[in-house]
Every structure is written in C-alpha cells, then in structure tokens.
Design a protein around this ligand. Structure first.
Ligand SMILES: Nc1nc2c(c(=O)[nH]1)N[C@H]1C(S)=C(S)[C@@H](COP(=O)(O)O)O[C@H]1N2
Ligand SMILES: [Mo]
Length: 259
C-alpha cells in the first residue's frame, strides 16, 4: 500500500506531525499510540504505508485511524467495561453536539413517537415510549468522548440494549445493529458492542426525561465508543448483516471508533 499526499510548504517536522495527529485521538488511544509510535518511520512500518514529506495532520490521522481500527478490532473484547464515575464528577452544563445548532434539534412528539424495528427479529412490532419505560432500567455515570476534542461525564438512564434485543427476538448472530434518527443521522454498531452490558437505550439524562437537544425521546448510549457512535433521537433499529456507514463514518471517521 502506498499513499500520495498533496504537497505542503513548508514541510512539517515528522515528529510534530505524529504529535498533532495524536492530539486528534481520544485520551486512551492517544497514550497507547504515543507509547508505540515515536516516528513517522515507525508509523510507516506499522501501517505498511509509505509516508512522504508534506503529509498533513489530517492525512496522518487517516492512516492512524485505519491502523487504530485494525488494532482495536483485535484488542476489544466484548466484556471490557467503560469506567464509571461518582455523581460529583458529572459535567454541568453538558456540551451539546450535532451537525446543526441545538435549536435545530428535531422536535419529536413523545406521545406519537414510535421506534421501528427492522431486520432479523422475531417480533417487529413498533415500540412506544411507554413500552420502553416499562422495561428494566439502569443508570450509568460514564464519560462521553467526542472526536472533535472534548469529553464530558454524564448520567444516563435507560434500558440495557441486550435486554431489548432479547425481547424482540433479535438474531444476535447478525453482524450489525444499524440506527436511523429523526434528523436522518445514521450510525451502526457491531453486534458485540450492541450486546455490551453498558450499551443503553437511554430515556433519561441527569435524572430527568432526556432533554430535546440530547436526544429526546431515546438515544443510544455507548460508553465504549466515541460520541458519534451514540445516536440521538433514534427512530429505527435494524438487525442485519448489511454494513451501513454512518453520517460521520462516511465523512472519514473510522467505523470501529472504540475506546
Ligand atoms: N441524531 C444525531 N445523533 C448524534 C449526532 C447528531 O448530529 N445527530 N451527533 C453525534 C456526536 S458527533 C456527538 S459528540 C454526540 C453529542 O451528544 P450530546 O449532544 O448529548 O453531547 O451525539 C452524537 N449523536
Ligand atoms: Mo462527536
């Protein structure tokens, strides 16, 4: 594999480039990464890619990200738990992020909202908010990490996704769980992550009904993944072998995006 990069002047110091690219990674990956890669030469050896002078941090990040996917798919094991925190660590106010400003978050009517279930399931009936509230709920205080360079600790309450998948008779031998949102945002999870004990169909945030900007009426909270793998305002869940790239994945973020 060999990559060609657009020329850049003045040429950057490879050492700085590796550090810049590493800044774009979440804390834990960054530490692992910097511990292992000390030069562009080492990066090239690991990725098998030829990196010429004039590489930008974004280009380097793409290489690192591909390499990261490869490594993480091997490091990640389904039971590994995300860290949990005391209530005193909760970030207030909690940052908002979407591909639009908060006032443009979808206005979903909680009475009329239905969750559509598609794909390899035994029971395809739609779910109302009241139906979901009747399922067992759990609360987590975990950290959300956005690839754009911020992180925050929040408290989310909802139905463990593995319980929901069991209720609908999902075929858990399928590879993916794909999500479609009211704002047409999309993302997908590997089945192991969907079944992870901390992956949650979240209905409450900080003890209150999920506020509109944070994903009302239901978001999927995945503390073992980067923020963009946590879909808000979910309207459809499908159990499938069809790989669907999500909104940000299509724009270059790596699909696995594990922590
Ligand atoms: N429906 C939908 N879900 C989404 C997004 C979005 O734009 N639309 N943005 C993602 C990104 S990049 C982040 S960091 C988190 C932000 O969640 P928050 O607003 O609760 O902090 O939502 C994720 N889920
Ligand atoms: Mo994000």
């Amino acid at each position: 594999m060999s990559f060609k990069f657009r020329n850049q002047t003045p040429p950057v110091d490879p050492q700085d480039l590796v550090k810049d690219a590493a800044k774009l990674l979440p804390d834990r990956s960054r530490r692992r990464f910097l511990g292992q890669i000390t030069s562009l030469g080492a990066l090239a050896a690991l990725t098998g890619c030829d990196i010429v002078n004039g590489t930008s941090a974004e280009d380097a990040l793409r290489l690192i990200s591909d390499w990261n996917d490869w490594v993480q798919a091997r490091l990640f094991y389904p039971g590994k738990l995300a860290l949990t925190y005391p209530d005193s660590a909760i970030t207030d106010p909690f940052p908002f992020n979407a591909f639009y400003p908060p006032d443009q978050a979808p206005k979903v009517n909680g009475e009329r909202w239905q969750l559509y279930v598609e794909g390899a399931v035994q029971d395809r009936r739609h779910w109302t908010l009241a139906d979901l509230i009747r399922l067992p709920q759990e609360t987590q205080v975990t950290q959300h990490i956005c690839i754009e360079g911020w992180s925050a600790i929040g408290k989310w309450t909802g139905v463990p996704m593995h319980i929901f998948l069991q209720r609908i008779g999902a075929d858990t031998r399928r590879k993916y769980v794909n999500f479609i949102c009211a704002d047409r945002y999309e993302t997908s999870l590997d089945m192991a992550t969907a079944l992870h004990p901390q992956t949650q169909m979240t209905l409450r945030f900080g003890g209150e009904a999920l506020p509109r900007p944070y994903g009302f009426p239901m978001k999927v909270r995945v503390p073992t993944k980067l923020g963009f793998k946590n879909p808000k305002h979910v309207v459809q869940i499908s159990i499938t072998d069809d790989f669907v790239e999500g909104f940000w994945e299509r724009r270059g973020y790596n699909w696995f995006a594990g922590l």
